[in-house]
Ligand binder design. Structure first.
Ligand SMILES: [Fe+2]
Length: 239
């Protein structure tokens, strides 16, 4: 199945992801071998960053991707960190949405309080954005029964990392993540790739589990159809 990866630190030299173009090229190749056919690059937002530079690097990366396959799609988004001024930064165009859509990928500190997380997501939603909680498996506050559902009912989307679905079945974290997928509490998956080493783009193991446990239609939604909603600026991602 052709995968669209919506979470990737693959732009060279801009954050804690790829160090240079050579590493980005290798990440593109590795991602391709894992079934990925389009990537939304999501460098970490930081104040005062040169957005034009990010766009330029996206263009360079796209050219590299198209050398591998003319259909390999590269788009630009950003991974925003929860902060008081993030909405203002979005409105001013200093922080980016996902591939020029209304979708916004936002991360929180792992120990964020539930009220803070919930309120930030609501604030973005009320302002007309479509917030996606990045690697939602990291936030301890969402482990309490019913909370992830409440966040979804409040209009937010849940992204989980492919890697979190892998590992030992006895691992509590792996089990929790898999359960959320089976309950329909996950809308989007991402590699969150950072390099060609410990945080390389890996989907194969997670896909093997997904193929065994998810209905085909559901799997297609997770890895391709819903990411296409972002690329096509279409709303309507549902549980
Ligand atoms: Fe990330």
């Amino acid at each position: 199945m052709n995968i669209i990866d919506i979470h990737a630190h693959i732009l060279p030299g801009v954050d804690d992801g790829s160090a240079d173009l050579d590493e980005s090229r290798k990440m593109l190749q590795e991602a391709y071998s894992q079934g990925i056919r389009a990537i939304i690059a999501t460098p970490h937002y930081h104040r005062g960053q040169d957005i034009d530079k990010l766009k330029e690097l996206t263009g360079i990366l796209r050219q590299e991707a198209q050398k591998l396959d003319p259909g390999y799609g590269i788009f630009l988004g950003q991974e925003l960190m929860d902060s008081e001024d993030i909405l203002d930064e979005l409105r001013k165009g200093h922080a980016l949405t996902m591939a020029e859509s209304r979708y916004v990928l936002i991360e929180f500190l792992p120990n964020v309080s539930y009220s803070r997380l919930y309120q930030r997501l609501r604030q973005l939603k009320m302002a007309g954005y479509l917030p996606i909680a990045a690697h939602a498996e990291r936030y301890g506050c969402l482990r309490e029964e019913g909370r992830i559902e409440e966040v979804i009912e409040g209009g937010s989307l849940i992204q989980m990392n492919y890697r979190s679905l892998t590992g030992n079945i006895l691992n509590k974290n792996t089990r929790w993540c898999r359960r959320q997928v089976l309950r329909g509490n996950v809308h989007l998956l991402g590699t969150d790739m950072h390099n060609t080493g410990a945080r390389a783009p890996r989907t194969r193991e997670a896909m093997a589990w997904l193929e065994r446990h998810c209905p085909k239609k559901e799997l297609h939604r997770l890895v391709k159809k819903y990411p296409e909603y972002i690329l096509n600026k279409k709303e309507g991602i549902v549980r």
